[in-house]
Design a protein around this ligand. Sequence first.
Ligand SMILES: [Zn+2]
Ligand SMILES: [Zn+2]
Length: 242
Amino acid sequence: MPERLKMDLHVHTVYSDSSGRLEDIVRVAVERGLDGIAITDHNTCEAAALAIRRYSDRIIVVPGLEYDAREGHLLALGLVEALPTGLSAPEISRHVHKRGALVVVPHPNIPLLGMGREEIEDLRPDAIETLNSAMPFYNWLSRRNARLADSLRLPQTGGSDSHDGSCVGDSYTVIESDSRKMGDILKAIKDGRTTPEGRPSPMFYRARLMAGALLHRAMKGQVQESKNQRSEVRMVDILLGQ
Ligand SMILES: [Zn+2]
Ligand SMILES: [Zn+2]
């Protein structure tokens, strides 16, 4: 039966760098009227697998992860196993597609963390996340990313990127799915039957999260010189509001 599902497609738990416990995440999601969540911890599917076993009777759980590729972060939706580390975005995309899962580019145009137009054009992901509640300049970036998705004819998603159980559902995706089954939900996303909706998370929380993420990325030393220069250009673009 066709369903109009409200799902937060980007949620972290204590199994990676979030303070959000699974039981709190599920409780908040249900209280906020979400039909489902995607658990997308950094480089691990452990919490996603656990959430499916424990909470599938209360809420739809799409397993996944957020991969730290050299070019920027990547979300894999519908994935139940971790992937080898140190791969490039195209290599990850091949792994993810081979397993029947989707590749979504989260928070585009965020220096060091999100891919820019050129990388997204090369990668051809299944969708891009145009609403992300954890990002700075939420309204401006959302409009910019929606224009990017339109120009590349890519489906759009929304997610909270919650690293704290209380922010779950700040942004979410309305999905026109043929059913509540994961296969139909993934197909609906790939087909572009999605509408991102939401609002930014609190300012202080976002600033702290962004500083931590950038520091983590810089310390990993994964950023190549050329990419660094492009990112600096993008940062200037962002600060100038272009
Ligand atoms: Zn990210
Ligand atoms: Zn994230």
